[in-house]
Design a binder for this molecule. Structure first.
Ligand SMILES: NC(=O)c1ccc[n+]([C@@H]2O[C@H](COP(=O)([O-])OP(=O)(O)OC[C@H]3O[C@@H](n4cnc5c(N)ncnc54)[C@H](OP(=O)(O)O)[C@@H]3O)[C@@H](O)[C@H]2O)c1
Length: 351
């Protein structure tokens, strides 16, 4: 058996390009105790991976030149030396852009995933997987969300933001999303049921737009982007407002020269609790989140949006589109189009 995978050919400058990646073949190693071999069906394309392609300090080590590009994968178990995984089970773990992965208990997100018959595999990598879990724990634990909160979510049409806004709505909050196009604004309001959207690229005065939507201020800002949006939001927070910092994608394509916040003083003025978090560190909440998200998706209360590319070869392009801000919903790659999706599943597919 041969593994096909994509490795880093050169470090991107700005938005990644095809030439930054190279496809190669590698033998599949023998398994050690505790390890599980997956035939991958779907993997996730995540903006945080852009940060790992630069040789800078972060919460994950940088990818070496020639190294596998990291990704959360979901695959069928074809071999196991772990008593908790049997052939035919589905395993998930943070490994990489490849057709076969060896997962070990040391991998982030190492899990035997119980795949329900009425949800497709792709849902376990988006709204019911780590994007949804991130939204759920970010709001509930790190954002201390309460019913009645006035909530702003950035990158609201994206994988995490689209779920965060819907979970906030389902929890009794009023929620507005910031997005980068008129199409995304329509998705957020007309499909996902947000109370409003701000197209930050089209509006002339972002501060005035935020003030118009939040005349009394913001209780909770779920921050996916950092940059100028965060800077503009800080003075508009209510006293004792909360900002769970999920990500700062606006900086990822130029991490060595990030946007410099001018309004950070407002953290003190408004006594804001601003807290960065990594979803997988809220391990005790993962099952609660998975159950709640799957129930909401099943009942139709939460719409899972996704854009799915097919084939290993399509991966760099999917990543480039993600890092160009072109995508909506969860960006995924399925290895082949026969990945099991059930006939009655109708995800809201978006470009
Ligand atoms: N803390 C955690 O555990 C955790 C876990 C997963 C993800 N995250 C973070 O959550 C955030 C959202 O991730 P996601 O997977 O849901 O991605 P996503 O929102 O599906 O895609 C990224 C979106 O970010 C927006 N964006 C803003 N500035 C951008 C820029 N300069 N370049 C490219 N895109 C830009 C774009 O939307 P617009 O067109 O609307 O601007 C783009 O579509 C990221 O910051 C990610 O690192 C954190």
């Amino acid at each position: 058996m041969i593994n096909r995978r994509i490795v880093l050919q050169s470090r991107p400058v700005g938005v990644p390009e095809q030439g930054n990646f190279r496809m190669e073949e590698a033998p599949i190693p023998d398994l050690a105790d505790g390890e599980v071999l997956l035939e991958n069906h779907v993997y996730a394309i995540d903006p945080a991976v852009r940060g790992m392609l630069d040789d800078v300090k972060s919460y994950m080590p940088p990818v070496a030149i020639g190294g596998l590009i990291p990704a959360m994968v979901l695959g069928r178990v074809v071999k196991s030396r772990n008593p908790d995984f049997r052939e035919g089970d589905y395993g998930r773990g943070f490994v990489g852009w490849e057709t076969h992965s060896v997962i070990t208990p040391g991998n982030v997100g190492f899990e035997n995933v119980t795949v329900a018959q009425d949800l497709p595999l792709t849902a376990y990598m988006g709204a019911c997987g780590w994007s949804g879990i991130t939204a759920y724990v970010g709001l509930k634990r790190y954002g201390e969300m309460r019913s009645g909160d006035e909530v702003l979510v950035s990158a609201a049409a994206g994988a995490v933001g689209s779920v965060a806004g819907q979970v906030a709505r389902l929890s009794g909050c009023r929620v507005i999303g910031t997005v980068g196009s008129a199409d995304k604004a329509r998705i957020v309001t007309d499909v996902l049921g947000f109370d409003g959207a701000i197209d930050y690229r089209a509006c002339e005065d972002l501060d005035a737009e935020i003030a118009r939507h939040f005349p009394d201020g913001i209780d909770l800002y779920f921050d996916n982007v950092g940059g100028v949006t965060l800077d503009t939001v800080l003075p508009r927070m209510k006293a004792f407002g909360r900002i769970p910092v999920c990500g700062m994608v606006a900086n990822y394509n130029h991490q060595t020269d990030p946007y410099r916040l001018r309004n950070i003083w407002q953290v003190l003025v408004n006594r804001i609790t601003m807290r960065g978090f990594l979803a997988y560190e809220a391990a005790d909440m993962v099952h609660e989140a998975e159950e709640a998200l799957a129930d909401w998706v099943r009942s139709g209360e939460l719409i899972a949006t996704e854009n799915v590319a097919t084939g290993l070869e399509a991966t760099p392009d999917a990543f480039i589109r993600l890092m160009s801000g072109e995508t909506s919903g969860k960006t995924l790659v399925r290895i082949d189009e026969n990945v099991s999706t059930l006939a009655d599943w109708k995800p809201h597919a978006v470009a």
